[in-house]
Write a protein that binds this ligand. Structure first.
Ligand code: AMX
Length: 423
């Protein structure tokens, strides 16, 4: 008698052989398949992301910053994503105040998060906290009481604003619990923008450069059209009329994968290993050798490649530009290493010949600046991405309900059915 494992060991090679014969587009992760409506942003392979037809440099020019700041803030980006319009400064300040007023966590969520082991990955904790917030869902309560389809979007918006308001408070609490337990968390300042408060609660409020960096970071990570794994997950789960909390919790667990949002944690680990191996003598030749060692050991070069982009990511360029204007960042050895890696890696990846995009994505640059400013716990980096990506995901949830989009239900096929189709 066979065990179930032995039975499976017989079946797997047969199916693997069958799979090899099948056409690529059906098996290539749906790459290039046009199958989803997504209003807020469009990703051009060459030009990169555009938010309602505005490039990142245009957004940097047009969107109101925080009082006393220069960079785009989350509220301005959210307004643009949701409405397609550039907000006035007064509109942005009003939105900041609304978010600040709604930012406190319910006590049961605080207790729940505080009870989690600090060894649990911060990203896992974030998803759990967001899911628990669904206890508060106005959409779910209204749905249970029997609302019309035309009213769905207003409750979805209300949940979305509450979620966005609480997400940084939750993320900061996780940071404090894991890395600085016992230290009191400052109260939300009602006159400050969302990210200003987030940085305060993380314990870095004094650092104006880090605050500005995180404003930019969170604004430009906010949306990357609909097909990426986190956005698509939120959209799929939301299509079942799960509320924004549950939909976004699911999205966070897609973001937590190393090929997606976790890449920023991986990049820094990899760059620090490179620094350790190379030692004091950082040359193009040494970096090249390290890159080849990574590739020959069968690993991907983290922070390089993309499912859609075929050029350097404009988000990477925007973060590099932030560094270029600050001498302390330019002098940092890790930031210099990231820059030098960028000078070498595209040619190595081209020679390696596998990836369709040998250029850096946003994750190649994002972590090293955090590291410089003392936010050195790189397991936490994806959480910051998670605070940001909600901007785009909830925008789409609101529009999907406003437009009455249906539950997603694509057709799948067995291998036999595919073979019949292509015969
Ligand atoms: N290093 C080495 N090999 C790479 C590579 C990289 N950076 N990027 C792609 N490849 C390989 C793929 O693994 C694949 O190999 P296979 O044929 O043996 O399976 C081949 O090149 C073709 O892949 P592709 O069509 O160019 O990319 P994709 O659309 O399948 O995957 C991505 C895109 C981002 C997952 C991939 O480039 C990757 O793994 N990059 C490194 C991880 C990373 O930086 N992720 C962050 C992406 C941005 C984000 O979501 N935050």
């Amino acid at each position: 008698t066979k065990t179930i494992r032995e039975a499976l060991e017989e079946v797997i090679p047969v199916k693997q052989a069958q799979l090899k014969k099948l056409v690529e587009h059906l098996l290539g992760g749906m790459r290039g398949l046009k199958a989803m409506l997504w209003e807020a942003s469009v990703l051009d392979p060459i030009e990169g992301i555009e938010f309602h037809n505005k490039t990142i440099p245009q957004c940097q020019q047009e969107l109101p910053p925080a009082a006393g700041g220069k960079e785009i803030i989350a509220e301005s980006m959210l307004w643009l994503l949701l409405t397609g319009k550039v907000p006035t400064e007064a509109e942005v300040r009003q939105l900041s105040r609304e978010l600040a007023e709604k930012g406190e966590l319910p006590e049961y969520v605080e207790k729940f998060i505080d009870s989690l082991p600090p060894t649990l990955h911060p990203m896992t904790q974030l998803g759990m906290g967001v899911a628990a917030l669904n206890h508060e869902s106005k959409f779910q309560a209204a749905y249970e009481s029997g609302i019309k389809k035309t009213e769905y979007w207003t409750y979805t918006l209300e949940d979305s604003i509450n979620l966005l308001a609480r997400l940084p408070t939750l993320a900061a609490r996780i940071y404090r619990n894991v890395y600085n337990p016992g230290q009191p968390i400052p109260a939300i300042n009602k006159d400050l923008d969302l990210v200003g408060n987030y940085v305060n609660q993380l314990g870095f409020g004094e650092n104006k450069d880090l605050t500005e960096y995180l404003r930019l970071y969170i604004a430009i990570h906010g949306d990357h059209e609909g097909g990426n794994a986190s956005a698509h997950t939120a959209h799929l789960v939301g299509s079942t009329l799960s509320d924004p909390y549950l939909s976004y919790a699911a999205a966070l667990y897609a973001l937590a994968g190393p090929l997606h949002g976790l890449a920023n944690q991986e990049v820094l680990r990899w760059q620090l290993n490179m620094q350790k191996e190379i030692g004091g003598e950082v040359t193009h030749e040494n970096i090249k050798e390290f890159l080849w060692r990574t590739l020959k050991s069968g690993q991907v070069v983290p922070g390089y490649g993309h499912g859609v982009l075929r050029n350097p990511d404009p988000r990477f360029m925007a973060l590099q530009q932030f560094c270029d204007t600050r001498p302390d960042l330019l002098a940092d050895p890790v930031i210099q290493l990231v820059k030098k890696t960028y000078e070498v890696a595209p040619d190595v990846l081209k020679e390696h010949g596998k990836t369709k995009n040998p250029y850096p994505n946003v994750d190649a640059a994002s972590g090293c600046v955090l590291y410089h400013y003392g936010l050195t716990q790189f397991k936490y980096y994806t959480v910051i991405f998670g605070v940001s990506r909600a901007l785009g995901c909830v925008t789409q949830l609101v529009w999907a309900r406003a437009l009455g989009l249906p539950i997603e239900r694509p057709k799948s096929l067995s291998m036999e059915a595919i073979e019949k189709l292509i015969k």
